[in-house]
Design a protein around this ligand. Structure first.
Ligand SMILES: Cc1cc2nc3c(=O)[nH]c(=O)nc-3n(C[C@H](O)[C@H](O)[C@H](O)COP(=O)(O)O)c2cc1C
Length: 458
């Protein structure tokens, strides 16, 4: 292998641990059809790293044959510091720089490694590390003399990095794998979730959507939740107000209370996470206060902006979760008792849950519901009022066909047979026409929103 012009660099992969929390050898973890070590080797080679040196236990399983790496073996316990010290002893004489690349960070991309190498080459620094959300991560590039400091007994990598801030350069990156660890089986699942989303088409996923109301008990790693919400909040936002907040509820007791406050829907307790998607004017209220003004919390336009922003974020979050192979269901029942749920989630004034969302690994394959005929939604140039009869007919037929199919194939919905004679129009009339108990239950909402700081409706 010949490297790019620059310092001759050797990547050192400490992979001598037992992976006991993971329950398997981390170097051989399957990440989207490639082992972790294969990914690291491929990334290093693509970034022009000259050699990859892997530290393995002497009794570890062999690495895949075709790998272009050098293996040094150790009888040590697999501590990173011991592996690095051994690597130092085996470092080729001509190596001028070292890239410490733990297997946990196998999903770090080539551009990060290239940027780290470039920093070390061009800048007046001897250590370069990636920074995600202001926090340092891996891999860490350093010059040979800096790496030599590890040779002293008891010196850890972090001691070397912290010794002198002036010699450290950072590479900010949006790739959270520079920080995330692969410690537990759920970390591996989350990693593979993010990999499955790569050859992903947003449009195809939208067609595939179906709400999921039954979940496996597996937790979603915090890093995955952060990644999904972070992605979701890049939705467009009215005048950049970002008038939303998300409370990710993973605490079982709080989740159970949310379930109770959302019409007792069991899938809220069952899902590993329940998101409360909030319209949030609190931050704007404080910003106004800071500037000696008070928030116009009774302004309908502002109320709509906050609610629309929250909905856009929510839809993005659903799509992001689905893109990573997760199941999702939105929960409008979060508006059943808006004051109680706001209290339980410690929401500030001017903040309410527009809707909730369950997310987790699906335990069911629901029958997609389809939608009404497109002519009822998409109009060309002007609204076509003449199509209404055929649109309603199509919507009714579609709903009856779904009821028939779900009764025949699944024995009904949620364990109960669905009425095959009722169409979409019947359902809408029952919900929103005349003296509907459904509509009546929500009549108090305006008053409740007022108490939460949104005095929009008088
Ligand atoms: C804002 C909103 C609130 C919803 N609230 C609930 C809810 O409280 N409980 C539930 O089981 N499904 C809820 N849903 C899911 C809808 O019932 C579902 O999207 C609809 O029936 C169409 O089915 P599909 O999503 O499987 O295509 C909600 C959907 C939206 C958009």
């Amino acid at each position: 292998m010949t490297g790019n012009a620059g310092k001759r660099t050797v990547a050192i992969v400490p992979a001598a641990g037992l992976g006991s929390r993971m329950g398997q050898d981390k170097a051989l973890l399957d990440l989207g059809g490639m082992t972790a070590i294969e990914r690291i080797a491929a990334t290093c080679h693509a970034a022009g790293v000259d050699e990859v040196l892997v530290v393995r236990r002497s009794d570890a399983a062999p690495l895949p044959d075709h790998l272009d790496v050098h293996v040094v073996t150790t009888g040590d316990k697999g501590e990173m510091a011991d592996s690095l010290r051994l690597a130092y002893l085996k470092l080729p004489r001509e190596a001028e720089a070292v890239l410490v690349f733990p297997v946990d960070h196998a999903l770090v991309e080539v551009d990060t490694v290239l940027a780290l190498r470039a920093k070390l080459l061009r800048e007046d620094c001897s250590i370069a590390l990636p920074l995600y959300r202001g926090k340092p991560g891996h891999p860490i590039a350093m010059t040979r003399p800096v790496f030599a400091e590890l040779d002293r007994d008891g010196t850890m990598l972090r001691d070397v990095v912290r010794r002198d801030e002036a010699r450290v350069a950072v590479v900010p990156t949006a790739n959270h794998w520079v920080r995330a660890d692969l410690d537990h089986p759920e970390d591996l699942r989350s990693a593979n979730c993010s990999l499955t989303s790569q050859p992903w088409s947003a449009v195809a996923q939208m067609f595939r959507h179906a709400s999921i109301r039954s979940y496996e008990s597996d937790a979603l790693p915090k890093a995955q939740i952060e990644r999904l919400v972070d992605a979701a909040r890049h939705a467009s936002t009215s005048s950049f107000i970002q008038a939303y907040s998300v409370v990710a509820v993973t605490d079982q007791a709080i989740k159970a209370d949310c379930a109770r406050l959302c019409a007792g829907q069991g899938h809220i307790s069952e899902a590993p996470v329940f998101f409360a998607i909030c319209a949030d004017l609190h931050k704007i209220a404080v910003a106004c206060e800071k500037n000696g003004r008070s928030l116009q919390s009774d302004n309908l336009e502002l109320f709509l902006q906050a609610t629309i922003d929250a909905a856009l974020l929510g839809q993005n979050l659903q799509l992001a979760g689905e893109a990573e192979g997760l199941g999702v269901c939105m929960i409008g029942a979060a508006r059943n008792q808006p004051i109680e749920i706001a209290q339980r989630l410690a929401l500030p004034k001017h903040c309410f849950v527009v809707f909730g969302m369950t997310m987790g690994i699906a335990k069911e394959v629901p029958l997609p519901r389809g939608r009404m005929p497109l002519e009822g939604v998409l109009h060309w140039d002007q609204y076509d009022q003449d199509s209404i009869a055929s649109v309603l007919q199509g919507a009714d037929d579609g709903m009856r066909a779904w009821a028939k199919q779900i009764n025949a194939e699944r024995g009904g919905y949620s364990g109960r047979p669905v009425n095959e004679t009722k169409g979409w129009s019947d359902r809408m009339a029952r919900m929103w026409g005349g003296e509907s108990s459904y509509a009546k239950a929500r009549q108090v909402l305006a008053d409740e929103l007022k108490r939460l700081g949104f005095g929009v409706f008088g």
